[in-house]
Write a new protein. Structure first.
Length: 109
């Protein structure tokens, strides 16, 4: 599957404990549901290939670590979408005290 192959190029799954599930991957968008089962679960350091929209399902708190080591705390509110830019490089770590889920929609065109 092409989508699964592209995924491994941009996300080092050996370094991640959050679970990504790609539900749609075509020439226009890639839709991924991210599930963080517990505090400390993380995406692993990655670079966004496309502009993207995040739709929080549960809401939660994360520590976002930039590639320069800087950290910021981010709170997601269930249903309150926000956007991100292509080229963003970071690691996202759950600091919510429980399971957190969000959907990421990458805009290919």
């Amino acid at each position: 599957m092409i989508g699964a192959h592209l995924w491994t190029l941009f996300y080092d799954q050996s370094m991640t404990s959050a679970t990504p599930t790609v539900t749609l991957d075509d020439d226009k968008v890639r839709v991924t549901t991210w599930t963080f089962g517990a505090d400390g679960d993380a995406t692993g350091v990655h670079r966004h290939e496309y502009d993207y929209i995040v739709v929080p399902i549960t809401g939660g708190t994360f520590v976002v670590t930039g590639i320069d080591g800087s950290e910021r705390t981010m709170t997601q509110i269930a249903g309150a979408a926000y956007n991100g830019r292509r080229g963003t490089e970071h690691d996202v770590t759950n600091a919510s005290g429980g399971e957190v889920v969000f959907v990421e929609v990458e805009l290919k065109s």
